[in-house]
Design a protein around this ligand. Sequence first.
Ligand code: ZN
Length: 500
Amino acid sequence: MGYYVTTPIYYVNAQPHMGHAYTTIAADVLARHMRQRGEDVFFLTGTDEHGEPVALAAERAGTTPKQLADENAARFEALMPQLEASNDFFIRTSDPRHGARVQEVMQRVHDNGHTYLGTYEGWYCPRCADFKSDSEIAAGNTCPIHHIPLDREQEENWFFRLSAFQEPLERLLAQGSPFVAPVARLNEARSFVEQGLRDVSLSRGKLSWGVPVPWDPDHVFYVWFDALLNYVTALGFAREGKDLTGTFWPADVHLIGKDILKFHAIYWPALLMAAGLELPRRLFVHGFLLMDGEKMSKSLGNVLDPFAVMEQFGTDALRYYCFREVSFGQDGSVSTAGFEARYANELANEYGNLASRTLAMIARYRGGVVPQAALDAELAADFDGLAGEVAALLDRVELSQALEAIWQRVRRLNRYVEERAPWVQAKDAAQADALDVTLATLAEGLRAITVLLHPYMPLSTHKLLDALGRPELSYDGAALAATGWGGAVGALEPLFPKPQ
Ligand SMILES: [Zn+2]
């Protein structure tokens, strides 16, 4: 079995922004970490391209939905290498291979008796492409997300018998269930189910931009059903001539934002059950990064624009900050001043400076060769169990806690430099062995935390491991060992220089 992680597919009508970067980077951290552990990983992201919002925008722009989707999807596809995302595939729901598989799965849902034709009337948000239930309508019949008036719509639709899955969903979302994390989101999903599930529209009759319903081609599938199915369909055609479904389905983790909880925690498992497919193992629901425009930096202004951050400070710095300022899974404030403070204090000073100092002392005191010496037992004890702890945290998608555990050791190594004062040891021939221990322990500690930090900061950790002459990334190397040294270390440019 492999390890399968997904982001939501991004709706092509939006410009790529911080929220897209956030989820993508989180999925990439998990994918890279699992690859280090030797897992066969599949990391999927992509774009959601059907539905009324795209059709309307294309009409306004005097173009076709397909053309508009092509243009906009390209911006999201280009975002992936910019973020250093190591996705194994980028799915686009306008791909006919996706459409064909959506039809196959939905035909099974239909054949299993979970659909019927009916008339739907309700309040509809064209931007959400969603009918709102009573509890989701804001004052004055407006959308609570988009703050625009809802439309009263009535149309003949195919319906999905969501109500038939009331009990299975109550069991799936019972207290203590691992299916949705964090627990506050599990509770939110359960309370939605406990209000009583009503059947939902499966198709739209007035729209042509979508996947046609195979048993009633005047209808296209409602965009949400087509979109959710991407997680399954992609495995069927991501690799030419090879079906990966047996290797990777069910998914290990769907990462989602809290705004799409209902679709993923309720509609999605019900749809899979209706089709006779296995359920994903876990949804991890992250919060929103709220911009605190008050805390403003000189170089970045008041809006934390991921593109400006990457241009001036590098991709690694953005990736690091995402999980450092706000605990992953919670809502919290980010700011350009907060970013710059962490860049200067933590990345440049605590980590970058530790790396430069360590390499400089090895060059100065030992001719650029890490001595083969026993490790300092006291320091090594502070690293005991770290690799296992980080792995266990990342198994639970606790990205911020795992990063914090690693960072405590970055700080521990900085204290170790001060405690041992190698510049004093170097002046005393009687302390030559002690200096060997200091330098070997520092190099090894730095190497091990760099292996652990690699999923968060792939570029700078590569540079540092290369400079140490120990480029291997395998998770076996995340624990301290006194072996492997004796080779020459190289030069290292500052990992986190002052911005231009
Ligand atoms: Zn809306």
